[in-house]
Design a binder for this molecule. Structure first.
Ligand code: DIR
Ligand code: MN
Ligand code: MN
Ligand code: MN
Length: 306
């Protein structure tokens, strides 16, 4: 198996500076060697640098960084589509606006392969704002709306080749939902598990139920892991900490189950802000989680079948 590391130092999706240092921090934390140590072929393609595009001004005056996000979206969609044909691309973010590109690119590839794309969104936030509903104007809050074909992006972000069906999206870890997003979550058909659901049912059960559906549909799975999915006490290196996140054990269990499923086709590691980190501990934790997802385990054990 081959892993392709693609640096995406995207910063335009938030006014809080520092996410552009993310790819360097993952390299310093030893992500490449950690994956190679699992017997994987690891290819680090360095950082992407998109061509500038021009975008008309949007009527929502809060919006920040739209031309930059449009440029990244186009470049990342092409990179994701191409790399997913060669191995498992791992995108080293960069803020979460980068997933507008990675998810839409993988969706395009899945459509060409005639297979449905499923997305697992591990995040404190649903990132379901449209350009019209965002009040922060931070485009790290819009990628899932864009990728699922919500209205209002045409003429601003690149045209979508293949929108992701909302019923194929599962969000786990939510604990900060804005009013406009709450309305979408109520009506769109996305599978949502907030922190309370994790407390009540256990993350393993919730995740396995989703993965059973992916396997039954013959789907491809893209995983988008936002640092703020994690409890801030163990992952302080992010600009939007929300108390009460996933614990170390819950996060590793999720990664190990994802590995067992054999369904993961691509991965985003997003929102790491090394400027806010404590001696690299968040970068190291995200690196260990990626290694768990790619097959690191304590014991060999029979895997559950999906
Ligand atoms: C927040 C997004 N709901 C906003 N926050 C995020 O700015 O619209 N943090 N995505 O990670
Ligand atoms: Mn996010
Ligand atoms: Mn988030
Ligand atoms: Mn379906």
């Amino acid at each position: 198996r081959r892993c392709i590391l693609i640096g995406a130092p995207v910063q335009a999706g938030t006014r809080r500076l520092g996410c552009d240092m993310g790819p360097s921090a993952y390299r310093a934390a030893g992500l490449g060697p950690a994956l190679a140590g699992l017997g994987l072929i690891v290819e680090d393609r360095g950082n992407l640098a998109p061509e500038p595009v021009s975008v008309p001004p949007h009527p929502n005056p809060a919006i920040h960084g739209l031309p930059e996000v449009a440029a990244w979206t186009a470049a990342l969609a092409d990179a994701a589509d191409a790399a997913a044909g060669e191995g498992v691309p791992i995108f080293l973010g960069g803020d979460h606006s980068l997933s507008a590109g990675t998810v839409s690119g993988i969706a395009r590839r899945a459509a060409r392969e005639g297979r449905p794309l499923f997305v697992l969104w591990l995040d404190a936030h649903p990132d379901l704002h449209t350009l019209d509903t965002t009040t922060s104007g931070h485009l790290h809050g819009v990628p899932m709306a864009y990728a699922t074909g919500a209205p209002g992006f045409v003429g601003y972000l690149p045209p979508l080749a293949a929108p992701v069906a909302p019923e194929h999206v599962c969000m786990i870890g939510l604990r900060s939902v804005d009013p406009a997003e709450r309305a979408i979550l109520r009506d769109a058909g996305i599978r949502v598990h907030d922190m309370r659901a994790i407390d009540e049912s256990g993350i393993g059960l919730l995740l396995a139920a989703f993965l059973d559906g992916v396997a039954a549909a013959g789907g491809l799975l893209h995983v988008s892991l936002d640092v703020d999915f994690l409890e801030p006490g163990i992952a302080p290196g992010v600009g939007t900490t929300v108390p009460g996140g996933a614990t170390f054990r819950e996060a590793h269990l999720a990664m190990e189950i994802l590995h067992d499923s054999g369904l993961v086709r691509s991965l985003d590691l997003v929102e790491l802000n090394p400027f806010l980190d404590e001696r690299g501990r968040t970068a190291l934790l995200m690196t260990d989680l990626a290694a768990s997802l790619m097959g690191r385990r304590v014991l060999d054990r029979p895997t559950r079948s999906f």
